[in-house]
Design a protein around this ligand. Structure first.
Ligand code: SF4
Ligand code: SF4
Length: 202
């Protein structure tokens, strides 16, 4: 190929490339804009129910939760995000009983894999779709999920069937468990010294 034809080949190639770029620019110029004006649109912002924001432990109006402190979620968590401490109490009939003392969850460690929620036999934890979780210190990402003074729900929640426990379900199903009131978990750094007065009625 002569230098002459190479010159024109390069020239027309460049013009073609320029026209392609101009076509994309012109198309975007007249496309409807969909800019989200966050955070001004907080009231109308729609966050999917399936979004895994923060792990929470729902408490009902009597400040009761469904966690039996079985530690299955802690065992199944792949990176040590969950730390459960228990305490032993004496029941009315004189028997010793292990109950939940503090349930800690480190948002900074969580990979949002949902294994803890899927494997909990009592549907005691779930993911909220809270997404504004920025803090200035890592310590505030360590949250205590069981509220101070909370206790195990008197009406015992029936364990999930074995098939449900082992099969991974879509997130929307795991979110669809009967929901009690969900409050934001409190950073552990603010109440780490507080004892949970949890009373097991089993
Ligand atoms: S959250 Fe569920 S799996 Fe974890 S300790 Fe409580 S009852 Fe057991
Ligand atoms: S979502 Fe996964 S990483 Fe996060 S606490 Fe649960 S099991 Fe652990």
């Amino acid at each position: 190929m002569s230098a002459f034809s190479e010159y024109f080949k390069g020239l027309f190639g460049g013009i073609g490339s320029l026209l392609t770029g101009m076509r994309v620019t012109l198309k975007e110029l007249f496309t409807k804009k969909i800019t989200q004006q966050y955070p001004e649109n907080r009231k109308t912002l729609v966050i999917s129910d399936r979004f895994r924001g923060v792990l929470v432990m729902p408490h009902d109006e009597n400040n009761e939760h469904a966690c039996t402190a079985c530690t299955i979620c802690q065992t199944n968590c792949p990176n040590g995000t969950i730390k459960i401490s228990t305490k032993t109490i004496e029941t009315e009939d004189g028997k010793k009983k292990k109950i939940l003392d503090e349930y800690h969850y480190d948002l900074g460690m969580c990979t949002f894999c949902n294994l803890c929620v899927i494997t909990c036999p009592f549907s005691a934890i779930e993911f909220s779709n809270e997404f504004e979780t920025s803090v200035f210190t890592r310590g505030k990402l360590d949250m205590r999920l069981n509220k101070e003074g909370s206790k195990l729900r008197e009406k015992k929640v029936a364990p999930k069937p074995v098939a449900e426990k082992t099969e991974a379900k879509p997130a929307e199903e795991t979110q669809a468990q009967p929901k009690a009131e969900v409050d934001k978990p409190t950073p552990a750094s603010t109440d780490a010294s507080a004892d949970a007065n949890v009373d097991n009625k089993e």
